[in-house]
Design a protein around this ligand. Structure first.
Ligand SMILES: Cc1cc2nc3c(=O)[nH]c(=O)nc-3n(C[C@H](O)[C@H](O)[C@H](O)COP(=O)(O)OP(=O)(O)OC[C@H]3O[C@@H](n4cnc5c(N)ncnc54)[C@H](O)[C@@H]3O)c2cc1C
Length: 392
């Protein structure tokens, strides 16, 4: 057989899909609805995923992981979301699955030995601190500053939207170590750390938000936080390039989560459209209901194909920027559209919390904004792929 792309999953990959689906199915709609409404971290689900060894999927074997690729990670992410856990489930484990990549690739041996086995066991929760209120998507504008002081750095600044900060022991923290004006390039002079969240110097306040409420997102105020130099990842000033390294896989993971929500929403819509009788016929007999669902099926399947291509390229060491960005864009769009149509199919019941469709609707909307907006994806495709003038 040639080494070219195949549309067939390997036996191992099929087994991963099936095993994760079986495990996730133990957590039903009621579980997720309750956690979401109570704003409570899904610890039981997290423990079950950790217990199955799944958190270590992409962590190298020498640190207790399975050393698998992004293809396998996206299968896991899709099944977790598709189980009905949606973004509550996916976000609870997202960072453990691929977020430690900067540490795996650029971290010191001591840092890897200390943290990676604890990620695999589920014992260590980490959050990712990039976004700031005054910088927005222009990461080069962040101002959280790490000032060198002997063998330490002293950090001051403010982050926003940091998911899971409340539950985390450590933070992957992007800071400035050289002011933007003094750096050769705007993205130079940024430094990445993996450090402890010392609550005496870090104030964390949850943001009231539209959905995905089982996992907090927070404002983080950092006041004279001392970070030992050993907590720095790689070289000073190169933090942005370390983050860039993980950007494409992150887009693929998000794409898979969006796809999973779209699939579960569509399944629920089909079931309801077959069962609900109005005007003496199942509503699914009306083309006004049936066509949008059929259209969503086509869009989800097509979006999945570009995702599969992207993960294959990445796992085979080929460049995948174009495909990873497209996958995130198309899956986020198809996933949200499917959820919106599922809501319409359910009529008034779609708007109630009882059928969970409103939860899928709220959660699928998120992937059009975070971790990168649809507009920024189009900016990338427009300028980097099509060669149009850069607008940002
Ligand atoms: C629930 C949730 C969880 C999150 N979790 C994390 C996390 O754990 N860690 C973290 O660091 N961040 C996190 N984020 C932040 C997220 O990554 C940002 O919200 C996202 O990158 C968008 O940035 P912004 O909100 O600052 O939007 P802005 O940069 O203010 O942009 C606002 C709007 O303007 C558009 N826009 C801006 N500039 C341009 C341009 N040049 N061309 C076209 N359109 C443009 C954007 O696309 C967007 O629609 C989270 C956000 C949410 C909502």
């Amino acid at each position: 057989m040639s080494g070219g792309m195949s549309f067939e999953l390997t036996e191992d990959q099929q087994l991963i899909r099936q095993s994760v689906a079986e495990l996730a199915a133990k957590f039903d709609d009621h579980y997720w609805m309750t956690k979401d409404l109570a704003h409570e971290f899904p610890q039981e689900f997290y423990d079950a995923i950790a217990g199955g060894g799944w958190l270590g999927m992409t962590i190298p074997e020498e640190y207790g992981g399975h050393g698998l690729g992004i293809t396998e990670a996206t299968l896991l992410a899709e099944e977790v979301a598709r189980s009905g856990g949606g973004m509550n489930a996916a976000s609870a484990i997202h960072l453990s699955i691929f977020g430690m990549q900067p540490v795996v690739v650029f971290g010191s041996d001591e840092m890897k030995a200390e943290t990676l086995p604890r990620i695999v066991s589920g014992d260590l929760h980490v959050c990712f601190g990039v976004t700031e209120p005054t910088a927005g998507l222009d990461t080069s504008r962040i101002t959280t500053f790490a000032k060198r002081d002997g063998s330490d750095y002293v950090v001051n600044g403010r982050k926003v939207w940091i998911s899971k900060a409340l539950e985390s022991e450590k933070i992957l923290l992007l800071t400035r170590t050289t002011p933007r004006e003094e750096s050769a390039k705007p993205t130079d002079g940024l430094t990445l750390f993996l450090t402890d969240i010392d609550r005496d110097h870090v104030d964390i306040r949850p943001i009231t938000k539209m959905g995905r409420n089982a996992v907090s997102s927070n404002e983080v105020f950092i006041d004279d936080l001392r970070i030992p130099a050993e907590h720095r990842i790689g070289e000073e000033g190169k933090g942005f390039s370390y983050i860039l390294h993980g950007l494409n896989p992150e887009r693929m993971l998000i794409a898979a989560e969006a796809l999973g929500i779209g699939r579960v929403a569509l399944d629920r819509a089909v079931k309801y459209a077959n069962e609900r009788v109005v005007f003496d016929r199942p509503i699914g007999m009306n083309q006004g209901i049936q066509f949008p669902l059929a259209d969503s099926l086509a869009r989800l399947d097509a979006a999945e194909l570009i995702l599969r291509k992207a993960t294959w390229l990445y796992d085979n060491g080929k460049s995948c920027g174009r495909e990873a960005n497209m996958a995130k864009y198309l899956c986020a769009d198809a996933g949200f559209e499917a959820a919106d149509r599922a809501l319409q199919t359910h009529g008034g019941m779609g708007y109630s919390e009882e059928y969970n469709i409103s939860r899928f609707f709220r959660e699928s909307r998120l992937m059009k904004i975070a971790p990168v907006s649809q507009e920024m994806i189009l900016n990338f495709l427009g300028s980097h792929v099509l060669g149009l003038p850069r607008s940002y």
